[in-house]
Design a protein around this ligand. Structure first.
Ligand code: HEM
Length: 126
Protein backbone atom coordinates (compact mmCIF):
# COMPACT_ATOMS: atom_id res chain seq x y z
CA UNK A 1 0.00 0.00 0.00
CA UNK A 2 2.95 2.33 0.61
CA UNK A 3 4.14 1.95 -2.97
CA UNK A 4 0.80 3.01 -4.39
CA UNK A 5 1.07 6.25 -2.41
CA UNK A 6 4.42 6.89 -4.10
CA UNK A 7 2.93 6.11 -7.51
CA UNK A 8 0.13 8.64 -6.92
CA UNK A 9 2.60 11.28 -5.73
CA UNK A 10 4.81 10.73 -8.74
CA UNK A 11 1.84 11.10 -11.06
CA UNK A 12 0.86 14.35 -9.29
CA UNK A 13 4.46 15.55 -9.57
CA UNK A 14 4.68 14.95 -13.32
CA UNK A 15 1.15 16.07 -14.16
CA UNK A 16 -0.31 18.32 -11.44
CA UNK A 17 -4.07 18.68 -12.19
CA UNK A 18 -3.97 22.42 -11.37
CA UNK A 19 -0.56 23.40 -12.78
CA UNK A 20 -0.52 27.07 -11.71
CA UNK A 21 -2.72 26.76 -8.58
CA UNK A 22 -5.71 29.07 -8.21
CA UNK A 23 -4.85 32.74 -8.85
CA UNK A 24 -4.98 34.89 -5.72
CA UNK A 25 -5.31 38.64 -5.37
CA UNK A 26 -4.03 40.62 -2.38
CA UNK A 27 -6.62 42.76 -0.56
CA UNK A 28 -4.25 45.75 -0.68
CA UNK A 29 -1.93 46.67 -3.55
CA UNK A 30 1.19 44.69 -2.80
CA UNK A 31 4.38 44.43 -4.83
CA UNK A 32 6.61 41.41 -4.86
CA UNK A 33 9.86 42.12 -6.70
CA UNK A 34 7.95 44.59 -8.91
CA UNK A 35 4.96 42.30 -9.60
CA UNK A 36 1.42 42.86 -8.31
CA UNK A 37 0.10 39.42 -9.30
CA UNK A 38 1.85 36.10 -9.07
CA UNK A 39 0.96 32.62 -10.22
CA UNK A 40 2.50 29.69 -8.39
CA UNK A 41 3.77 27.41 -11.12
CA UNK A 42 3.54 23.99 -9.49
CA UNK A 43 4.26 22.24 -12.79
CA UNK A 44 7.64 23.96 -13.05
CA UNK A 45 8.42 23.53 -9.35
CA UNK A 46 7.92 19.79 -9.57
CA UNK A 47 10.37 19.62 -12.49
CA UNK A 48 13.05 21.87 -11.07
CA UNK A 49 16.42 20.13 -11.57
CA UNK A 50 17.71 21.70 -8.34
CA UNK A 51 15.31 19.50 -6.35
CA UNK A 52 14.55 16.55 -8.62
CA UNK A 53 16.76 13.89 -10.10
CA UNK A 54 15.71 12.18 -13.33
CA UNK A 55 12.83 14.64 -13.52
CA UNK A 56 11.38 13.41 -16.84
CA UNK A 57 11.30 9.83 -15.57
CA UNK A 58 8.30 8.22 -13.88
CA UNK A 59 10.14 7.04 -10.77
CA UNK A 60 7.82 6.65 -7.73
CA UNK A 61 10.70 5.39 -5.55
CA UNK A 62 12.00 8.96 -5.36
CA UNK A 63 9.35 9.60 -2.68
CA UNK A 64 10.32 6.68 -0.45
CA UNK A 65 11.77 7.95 2.82
CA UNK A 66 12.04 11.50 1.53
CA UNK A 67 10.58 14.67 2.98
CA UNK A 68 9.34 17.08 0.37
CA UNK A 69 8.44 20.70 1.06
CA UNK A 70 7.52 23.50 -1.30
CA UNK A 71 8.98 21.81 -4.36
CA UNK A 72 5.99 19.41 -4.27
CA UNK A 73 2.67 21.19 -3.72
CA UNK A 74 0.01 19.77 -6.10
CA UNK A 75 -2.64 20.66 -3.49
CA UNK A 76 -1.32 24.17 -2.85
CA UNK A 77 -0.05 25.28 0.51
CA UNK A 78 -0.96 27.49 3.44
CA UNK A 79 -4.39 28.74 4.41
CA UNK A 80 -6.01 28.24 0.99
CA UNK A 81 -4.60 24.83 0.27
CA UNK A 82 -6.96 22.13 -1.01
CA UNK A 83 -9.58 21.12 1.56
CA UNK A 84 -10.02 17.76 -0.14
CA UNK A 85 -6.39 16.62 0.20
CA UNK A 86 -7.07 13.70 2.58
CA UNK A 87 -10.35 12.74 0.97
CA UNK A 88 -8.91 12.74 -2.55
CA UNK A 89 -5.69 10.88 -1.76
CA UNK A 90 -7.56 8.17 0.14
CA UNK A 91 -10.16 7.85 -2.63
CA UNK A 92 -7.48 7.60 -5.35
CA UNK A 93 -5.61 4.96 -3.32
CA UNK A 94 -8.74 2.84 -2.85
CA UNK A 95 -10.03 3.14 -6.42
CA UNK A 96 -6.62 2.58 -8.01
CA UNK A 97 -5.87 -0.46 -5.82
CA UNK A 98 -9.26 -1.95 -6.64
CA UNK A 99 -8.80 -1.37 -10.39
CA UNK A 100 -5.29 -2.84 -10.40
CA UNK A 101 -6.46 -5.94 -8.53
CA UNK A 102 -9.65 -6.52 -10.51
CA UNK A 103 -8.53 -5.95 -14.10
CA UNK A 104 -5.94 -7.78 -16.13
CA UNK A 105 -4.23 -4.74 -17.69
CA UNK A 106 -2.39 -4.79 -21.01
CA UNK A 107 -1.31 -2.43 -23.76
CA UNK A 108 -3.81 -1.97 -26.58
CA UNK A 109 -2.51 -2.98 -30.02
CA UNK A 110 0.85 -3.76 -28.46
CA UNK A 111 2.27 -5.21 -31.68
CA UNK A 112 1.35 -2.36 -33.95
CA UNK A 113 4.00 0.02 -32.58
CA UNK A 114 1.42 2.78 -32.40
CA UNK A 115 2.54 6.04 -30.81
CA UNK A 116 0.08 7.27 -28.18
CA UNK A 117 -0.22 11.03 -28.00
CA UNK A 118 0.67 11.90 -24.40
CA UNK A 119 1.38 15.58 -24.95
CA UNK A 120 0.07 18.00 -22.35
CA UNK A 121 -2.28 20.92 -22.85
CA UNK A 122 -2.73 23.94 -20.61
CA UNK A 123 -5.72 23.82 -18.23
CA UNK A 124 -7.22 22.08 -15.21
CA UNK A 125 -7.50 18.35 -15.72
CA UNK A 126 -7.65 15.11 -13.80
C1 HEM B 1 -6.22 14.95 -6.88
C2 HEM B 1 -7.25 15.68 -6.48
C3 HEM B 1 -7.15 17.14 -6.12
C4 HEM B 1 -6.15 18.05 -6.35
C5 HEM B 1 -4.79 17.82 -7.02
C6 HEM B 1 -6.59 19.31 -5.81
C7 HEM B 1 -5.84 20.47 -5.87
C8 HEM B 1 -6.28 21.68 -5.39
C9 HEM B 1 -5.55 22.91 -5.52
C10 HEM B 1 -4.20 23.07 -6.21
C11 HEM B 1 -6.28 23.89 -4.93
C12 HEM B 1 -5.91 25.38 -4.84
C13 HEM B 1 -4.93 25.60 -3.72
C14 HEM B 1 -4.22 26.92 -3.86
O1 HEM B 1 -4.47 27.65 -4.81
O2 HEM B 1 -3.38 27.22 -3.00
C15 HEM B 1 -7.48 23.28 -4.40
C16 HEM B 1 -8.45 23.95 -3.70
C17 HEM B 1 -9.57 23.36 -3.16
N1 HEM B 1 -9.89 22.03 -3.23
FE1 HEM B 1 -8.85 20.60 -4.18
N2 HEM B 1 -7.82 19.15 -5.25
C18 HEM B 1 -8.21 17.85 -5.40
C19 HEM B 1 -9.38 17.29 -4.95
C20 HEM B 1 -10.31 17.91 -4.18
C21 HEM B 1 -11.50 17.28 -3.62
C22 HEM B 1 -11.88 15.81 -3.84
C23 HEM B 1 -12.17 18.24 -2.92
C24 HEM B 1 -13.45 18.15 -2.15
C25 HEM B 1 -13.96 17.03 -1.68
C26 HEM B 1 -11.42 19.47 -3.01
C27 HEM B 1 -11.76 20.66 -2.42
C28 HEM B 1 -11.08 21.85 -2.57
C29 HEM B 1 -11.52 23.12 -2.02
C30 HEM B 1 -12.80 23.38 -1.21
C31 HEM B 1 -10.56 24.07 -2.39
C32 HEM B 1 -10.56 25.58 -2.08
C33 HEM B 1 -9.82 25.83 -0.75
C34 HEM B 1 -9.77 27.31 -0.42
O3 HEM B 1 -9.79 28.13 -1.33
O4 HEM B 1 -9.69 27.62 0.77
N3 HEM B 1 -10.29 19.22 -3.78
N4 HEM B 1 -7.46 21.93 -4.70
Amino acid sequence: MDYIKEVIRERLRMHPPIPTLVPKEAMNVTELEGYEQVFINVWMMSRDPVYWEKLEEFWPERFLNSNRNFEFTPFGSGRRRCLGINFSTLTIECVLSKLLLSIDWGVLNENKNEVHDKSEAFGINS
